[in-house]
Design a protein around this ligand. Structure first.
Ligand SMILES: [Fe+2]
Length: 434
C-alpha cells in the first residue's frame, strides 16, 4: 500500500530514491505522474541521467569544412564543437580557462581561433592557448600555456550524429546504442545525409520526458490527436498508424516501424547507395517503410515520415532534441536531414513536407504541443505526488514478441503498444537508482 501525503522536501535523497523504487513500476505499467512534474525528481535526473549518458549535439554536416564550429548545450552547459585545421572534430567546454568567461557566443561560424571577450586570451580551434595580451610584461614570460588549453569534452560520432557526455568513464557510444543502430541506420545512415539550414528551435511549457515517451512508443495517439490529418486526406485512414512493428532494445531505446507501404518514399535514383549502406534485410524494410519514429535514450528522437503533398509521395527525415530547461519547460530543437545526393527538387519537396507536418508551423507539431503542455500542468507540483496519481501503461502486455522480423531487439507485431515506454522507464529508473 503506497502512502499518500508524501513530501519530498522532508525526505533525504536516499529516501526519495527508495520511494521511487516502490512507486515507479514499469513492468506493471504503473508510472506515477509526479515523475513528470516534481522539481526534486528533475534535479536528480540531471545528475543521474543527463550527466551520465551520451547526449546529442549536432550533425557532422553542420561543420563540414575545416574551421567550422557550432556551439551547443550539453546537459545545461555550453560546449564548442569545432573541426580543426586537421579535419578532426573536437569538443570543448565553452569557457575561457583564465577567468571563466564564455569564450564563444555565436551559434555557428568558421574560425581558426577563439578570442575571449574579457581579457583577450586566444585559443586555437584545437583547444591550445596561443595568445595572451602583454604576457611577457605582466607574467614575466612565465605563464604556462600548456596547462591552460580549453577543457576537452568527450565526443563520439555515429553515422554523422555527434554525441557528447560529461561521464568520465562512459561506455563507448557504439555499445550504448547497441542493437538500436540497426534502426538508426535506416533513419540517418541509409546514405550520406545533410542538415538543411540551422536547426529549428522553440520553447514549450512541457516536461521533456513527455516528448521522448511520445516518440519512443505512442502511435496510438495519432488516431485521435492527429485525426484531422486523415480528414484532410493526407493519410488513408485514422488507423493508419497501427500497422507495423514496435521494437525496443537495451538502454531504453525504442521505435515504431510503420509498414508496409506500396510506394517507395525515397529518391529512386539513390537505390544503389541505399543497397551499399544497408544490409539486404535493412533495405527490404526501407523499401516497405511508411514511417519510422523512435527515441534514442534519453532525449533524442527521430522521424522518417511519408506524406503525400499535392498528390506526390515524399519522405522527410528529422532528428529532434527534447532539451530540458526546467521541470515544466523544454526547448525542442529539430534538424531537417535529407539525402545529400538527391535532386534539388526532391530536397525542396521533402522540406515542404516537413514544414507542413512537423515544425512549429506543422499540423502534427501543433497538435502534440497542445497535449504535452496540458499533461505537464496536471503533473506539476505537490498534488500529483501527495495524492499518488498514476498513469496507466499496460497496453500490449498480453502480446508476445514475434521472431520473424529481420531487425534485432524485442519486436511486437502491432504499433499500438506501450511496451517501448515500459522499456524506457525501466532504464530511466535503473539510472536514477544507480
Ligand atoms: Fe503526435
Amino acid at each position: 500500500m503506497i502512502k499518500t501525503d508524501v513530501c519530498f522536501e522532508e525526505m533525504t535523497q536516499r529516501e526519495i530514491i527508495q520511494y521511487m523504487d516502490e512507486t515507479v513500476k514499469p513492468e506493471e505499467g504503473v508510472i506515477p505522474a509526479y515523475i513528470m512534474g516534481d522539481p526534486a525528481i528533475y534535479d536528480l535526473e540531471h545528475k543521474k541521467v543527463f550527466l551520465k549518458t551520451w547526449l546529442f549535439l549536432g550533425h557532422e554536416s553542420e561543420i563540414q569544412n575545416n574551421g567550422d564550429f557550432i556551439t551547443r548545450d550539453l546537459a545545461g552547459y555550453s560546449v564548442i564543437i569545432s573541426r580543426g585545421e586537421d579535419g578532426v572534430i573536437r569538443g570543448f567546454y565553452n569557457m575561457c580557462t583564465h577567468r571563466g568567461m564564455k569564450l564563444c557566443r555565436a551559434d555557428k561560424g568558421n574560425k581558426g581561433r577563439f578570442t575571449c571577450p574579457y581579457h583577450g586570451f586566444t585559443f586555437k580551434n584545437n583547444g591550445d592557448l596561443i595568445g595572451v595580451p602583454m604576457q611577457k610584461d605582466i607574467y614575466g614570460g612565465n605563464l604556462d600555456y600548456k596547462s591552460m588549453g580549453l577543457h576537452k569534452v568527450t565526443i563520439e560520432i555515429y553515422k554523422g550524429l555527434i554525441f557528447g557526455t560529461w561521464n568520465e568513464n562512459p561506455e563507448p557510444l557504439s555499445e550504448f546504442l547497441g542493437d538500436f543502430k540497426w534502426y538508426i541506420d535506416l533513419a540517418v545512415g541509409r546514405t550520406e545525409m545533410e542538415v538543411i539550414g540551422p536547426p529549428q528551435r522553440f520553447v514549450i511549457n512541457s516536461q521533456w520526458k513527455i516528448g521522448a515517451d511520445n516518440f519512443v512508443s505512442d502511435s496510438y495517439h495519432t488516431m485521435v490527436t492527429h485525426g484531422s490529418i486523415a480528414k484532410l486526406g493526407m493519410v488513408p485512414s485514422a488507423q493508419y498508424s497501427k500497422k507495423g512493428y514496435q521494437v525496443n532494445t537495451e538502454n531504453g531505446h525504442g521505435c515504431n516501424v510503420g509498414m508496409p507501404n506500396p510506394l517507395f518514399a525515397f529518391p529512386e535514383e539513390l537505390i544503389p547507395e541505399y543497397k551499399a549502406n544497408l544490409s539486404a534485410d535493412q533495405f527490404e524494410v526501407l523499401s516497405n517503410l511508411k514511417n519510422l519514429i523512435g527515441t534514442i535514450f534519453p532525449n533524442l528522437s527521430f522521424l522518417v515520415s511519408h506524406t503525400e503533398v499535392k498528390g506526390q509521395a515524399v519522405s522527410n527525415t528529422t532528428v529532434r532534441l527534447w532539451r530540458p530547461i526546467a521541470v515544466d519547460k523544454m526547448e525542442v530543437i529539430t534538424w531537417f536531414l535529407v539525402e545529400k545526393n538527391a535532386s534539388e527538387d526532391w530536397k525542396r519537396r521533402s522540406r515542404e513536407a516537413f514544414i507542413l507536418t512537423f515544425s512549429p508551423s506543422g499540423i502534427f507539431e501543433q497538435d502534440d504541443t497542445e497535449v504535452f503542455t496540458d499533461i505537464t500542468a496536471a503533473a506539476t507540483g505537490q498534488v500529483p505526488l501527495s495524492k499518488n496519481f498514476n498513469y496507466n501503461y499496460t497496453m500490449g502486455q498480453h502480446r508476445v514478441p514475434v521472431q520473424d522480423f529481420a531487425g534485432p531487439g524485442t519486436v511486437y507485431d502491432d504499433k499500438f503498444s506501450e511496451a517501448n515506454s515500459r522499456n524506457f522507464y525501466r532504464y530511466w529508473l535503473d539510472l536514477m537508482k544507480a
